[in-house]
Structure formats: C-alpha cells, structure tokens
Design a protein around this ligand. Sequence first.
Ligand SMILES: Nc1nc2c(ncn2[C@@H]2O[C@H](COP(=O)(O)OP(=O)(O)O)[C@@H](O)[C@H]2O)c(=O)[nH]1
Ligand SMILES: [Mg+2]
Length: 440
Amino acid sequence: MAMFDVRDKPEMVERAFLIGAYFDRNDAYEADSLLEELKDLVDTLKIGVVGAECFFVRNRNTRYLTGTGKCEELIEQAKSLNADCIIIDNELSPMQQRTWEEESGITVIDREEVILDIFKMRAQTKEARLQVELARMQYSLPRLARMWSHLDRQGGGGGGGGKGAARGEGEQQIEVDRRLARKRIDRIRTELEEVRKNRTTQRKQRYDEGIPQAAIVGYTNAGKSSLLNHLAGASVLAEDKLFATLDPTTRAIGLEDGQMLLLTDTVGFIRNLPHRLVEAFKATLEEAVISDFLVHVLDAGAKEVFSFYETTNKVLEELGAADKPTIIVLNKVDLIEDDPERIQELQTYFKNKAIFVSATEERNIAQLMQSFCDMLADRVSRLELRIPQSRQDLVALLHREANILDQNYEGNDVLLTAIVPHIIKHRFDDFGASSPSAYH
Ligand SMILES: Nc1nc2c(ncn2[C@@H]2O[C@H](COP(=O)(O)OP(=O)(O)O)[C@@H](O)[C@H]2O)c(=O)[nH]1
Ligand SMILES: [Mg+2]
C-alpha cells in the first residue's frame, strides 16, 4: 500500500515554517488564532516550528494561492530559517502544492495533511483506522502525480532536461496506482460497513471491564494534554506497571478514595475541519463514547469559548454521548483572574457548575480530582473483609479487580480493607469482617 500513500511527514521533517493566508481584512484575528492552533497541531506531530507568518492576500493567484512576489519572499524566509518544510494553513489544491514544492525545493504540506497525520497517529479502534485510511486515500488520489514527479526527478539524475524517459514511466505508474487506489477505497468502505455492524457489541465489552474510564474532550489548545500530565503527576498512586500496555494517551490515575481511573486524552476538536475528515474525526472519538464520564476542557481565555462548547456538545450528541455525565473544566484561569467580569460571565453561562483550573499553574487540581471521585462514588464500596485462607480464589479476585488498602492475617483468615467494584461485590456477601468466617 505504501506506494500510493502520502509520505509520512512526522519521520521525515523536523523544522517547519508555517504560513497562513487570509483574504478579507476582517479575518486577521481569526487567521492568527488558527495559525496558533496549527502550531499546536504541528507540535503534536513532534515537528519543530522555526517560524510562522500570517498575511493578507489582496489578489488571489490560483497558481500559488498568494501573489508571486509574496510566495518568493516566504520561501526565502523559510530557507533563511533552515526550514525543511513549509506548512500552509489553508487548503491547497494538488496543483498549488506542487507549484510551491517546485519553487521552494522543500516539502510543502497543507492543513488537511497535518490533520490527517494526527488522526492516523491517534486512531485506535479498527473503525477509526479505516476511516482515517479512507480519508488519506481520498486525499492522496489526486496527488499521486505529485509523488511520481518526485521519483522522476530522482530517476532523472537531477538534471533539468534529462527526465523525459523517467516521466513517461511515472505517468504509466500513476494510472496503475490510481486504479489500485480506487479499489482500495472500495474495499475500505466494505470493511467499514462490517465494522459498524459489530460496533455495539464491542462497545459493550469495553464498558464492562471494571476499571472506570473517562475521556478528556475539547478543542485543540484548550490544555487537555497539559491537564492530563498534571493529573497523572498529582495522582496519589504511582502509575502501575499493570498498565504498561496502555496506549500513550491514556494514564492511570489513583484517586483519593483508592479507586483507579483510566483517563484518556482524545484527539482535539479542530476549527475549519475539512469536510472530508469529519467522519474520521468522529471515529477517533470512540474513546469518549465508551467512557464512564467525560471531562470537557475549555480554554477560559479564548474568545470563542461558548461556541467551542456548543460545537463539542453537538458532535458528542451525534456520537450518542450527549447524556454522559460530564465535568466541565475551564482551564487557563490564570489568564483571566484579573477580569472578574469575565469570570462572572463564565460562571453564569455554566450555571456555577464548571471547575476553574490552571494546568500550568497547578491551580485547583485537587478539586478536579475530588470531582472524579464524586463521579465514581456509586461504582464501588469500601469493604472490611475476613476471608479464610481456603478461599485464596477470592483474595486473588480482590487483588485483580479491587483496590486493596490494607491486608493482615489473623489465624487462618486474611483481613482486608478494599475498594470493591459493585459488579463483584456480591461475591463477598458472606465475608464481612464483623461476621465470623464461614469456614475454618
Ligand atoms: N496560561 C496557561 N496556559 C496553558 C494552561 N494549560 C495549558 N496551557 C498552554 O496551552 C497550550 C496548549 O496546551 P495543550 O495541553 O497542548 O492543549 P491541547 O491541545 O488541548 O492538548 C500550551 O502552550 C500550554 O502550555 C494554563 O492553565 N494556563
Ligand atoms: Mg494535546
């Protein structure tokens, strides 16, 4: 498949120069904040940002998107910063992308390609992987020619005139690849239908596994990843090696009451999401759908906070996750603390239910942790147990499924204090510590 897949940028480039064009002077603020978002997206791909420029385009030139002079100027700037790729925060046609690459001699990526790479990185379920692959194939199809012109250039030995024969081969190859690509797209669609049919049963399984799960949702740049890191750091239990197999975006968090919570950082909502990527995006949010509750993180300092909140809720609704218990977190409170009106406005809008925190300044993290406990309070009970040694199976069950706070021995009995999930609680009905052991 690699033949007609888009190149894998994350492994290949490391110094990006970002540019964003806007075509109406009123869009200056918007374009600037979109470029900020792009920085965060690029950062997620572990590509460094060596410079960024947002600029107004008066006359849209279909060949470059910008005017020729501006294009040259930007390429100069990128080169002087030693950038090994240019990332354009607009959608580029395959032609424009090729033109920019020819002019600059370095890799040129558009916003859609960046998002595709993030989705690819973050797709965890079968459905998400298929959706993302489908979107990538659709994106690549009109760009196959671009890839092959690269190969031609290599084959032609770099000389300006000597690439005629190689180009011919390339063009034939493009036709073959296009056919293969279309076939592949059809096959992915069929597979997707299969996966969707089985989805409900898969969800059910995950949900019943015992350890509670929560998903962090919200826009890119709200501070989701920062928050998860600080929560995991502040967690009372060290991350258990039991969870070594977790994917890197999920952390095990030990709560005050001894319960364990698996907290997942979902892929962030993205503004101006290209239409073609909507389904792939939703599929990557599967974690949110199967979780016990949601942590909806918002940037309290963002002008658009209310519309972000509403858009996120709308998508969650489409995913069937609208009535999940949700903790609303207004992050970056440090940015608005000397603006009481703003705080009041937010309080009112969220009916005093939101928790104001700062991930970077570590404010109110304890309160947030407490709210996790409250969410899970009715899932578990704290039990004082006396189990005869003849029932090692029950002791083993506790070690596997419960959280053991204390363990002692008295005669032939094991005395335990444990936080026990309700799904297994009934197995210990006969072993309360106050009642005498049933067997001796
Ligand atoms: N001032 C301030 N900045 C924050 C806070 N939390 C996160 N940030 C910054 O916001 C940016 C985005 O954070 P990140 O965790 O990557 O957001 P994500 O895209 O939602 O995962 C980073 O530059 C963070 O340093 C906060 O509480 N206060
Ligand atoms: Mg993040």
